[in-house]
Design a protein around this ligand. Sequence first.
Ligand code: AMP
Length: 561
Amino acid sequence: MTTPLLGQMMDVPLTVSSLLAHAARHFGSTEIVSRRIEGDLHRYTYRDCETRAKQLAQALLALGVEPGERVATLAWNGYRHLEAYYGTTGFGAVCHTINPRLFPDQIAYIINHADDAYVLFDTTFAALVDTLAPQCPRVRGWIALCDEAHRPPMQTADGRPPVLCYETLMDGQDGRFDWPALDERQASYLCYTSGTTGNPKGALYTHRSTVLHAFGAALPDAMNLSARDAVLPVVPMFHVNAWGLPHAGPLAGAKLVFPGKDLDGKSLYELMESERITCSAGVPTVWLGLLNYLRETGARFSSLERTVIGGSACPPAMLRILEDDYGVQVIHAWGMTEMSPLGTLSKLTWEQSQRPLADRRKLLEKQGHAIYGVDMKIVGEDGRELPWDGVAFGDLHVRGPWVIDRYFRKEDSPLVDGWFPTGDVATIDPDSFLHITDRSKDVIKSGGEWISSIEVENVAVAHPAVAEAACIACAHPKWTERPLLVVVKRAGHDVTRDELLAFYDGKVAKWWIPDDVVFVDELPHTATGKLQKLKLRDLFRDYVLPSALEDSRNCPLTPEA
Ligand code: AMP
């Protein structure tokens, strides 16, 4: 047997630090702009950022942090958070980004589960840190992301480790530091899922997966990033690495603009205009706020070309308004924490782009095409692969170099035949476009047939009087489950139950139309802004649909029968 012939190329590891080093060397004067907690706008360059990331690496090493140890962040999108991304991973420590919107008990669980050595926090979270500190005795120090002048007053009692000041630590270092060559399979980031049931689970990325994901994210048929872009990641850096933008941006040499803590329509719009943003990314709720602001003020975008919308389904109505009324291309994206997160993005092939507008729209409303690095399939209940006909729907499984193999500190493998089961239910059409119809635990089964709650919600939010809608299953004596629509009305607008139900005529199959509508002041959301349907189902567990009452009178399947 002949031995395989090995190639003769340099074996340069794919490390996270190489992304920033590239930007600092080749796009050294390109700006990074941040709206700070302190209230002002901070500007510096990739060159400055790398120097400060090196200062942070030196400071953490001086504090005794060892490669492989976890250093956590509780922070908004900003330049210091970016320094934390690179100043930890750069010397082999693991950057553990924590979602501050989780319940304090969940955050404490995560910090203890991850065994975080230090936690860097924005001063907005000083009170939260005061609550967390006694519950996290193994944390060696809490580092406030500010200078001495902005140090928040904090508790020091009961033998807590010291609260350190970030800028003071940085001042003690000169930034003369060479990023060490790491094994590209070493851990880079630790991100926990938002966990609607049970405790959050950790996804531990590698340097290799982070860099490959950055390549994938920047591709023309993904976010299409270039050195001519000014990118505003509204998606938080504490949620799946802001969809990879803090890595794909330096890779492409794009200007980065960070919005800080104010994510309302006015603040975002002003930043987009003043920094001449070309590309942004965020969850649908953020765009809802922005669109409301534009509607109220009549403001227009002067530089925004495209926006990536994902995290939850982008309502078709939102896509239409952004594209038709504001000339902004919408890139609908799907992914998850376990996938670093990008899986699919809605971009057309040349042939698809020749089709009539209505057909193009139908495709673009879906979650899109897999990017290189992700393979996907849908499987039926028997585990067999289902056809890509746009009709059959089943459990969505994925695999690829930036998909997790197992969860952090969990023994059991989540994989099925080498594929990761996403927990989403989807169709894939003959154009290879993925369409997410539900989370598997949210699907509504009526008379043995599935109803897509996302489709039902999309119709509701297209109604001008609807701000937000959730469709959940309600028990039904005849059909097992029937859809109930829970709606938040748009301020200053009114609509009745019957008007809303009539709005469904001709838009979905008759039997998909909800049996009833309930109006509420607000809907429960997870820490990442997704509808918390589990909680909603709990709230409406005893709700009796009018149709259920009628049917229970004549149906032989009633509990009494
Ligand atoms: P997370 O890990 O918190 O990012 O959540 C991932 C989950 O969010 C996915 O498994 C989907 O259920 C949902 N999700 C993400 N993007 C989309 C999208 N574009 N449309 C529908 N659901 C989405």
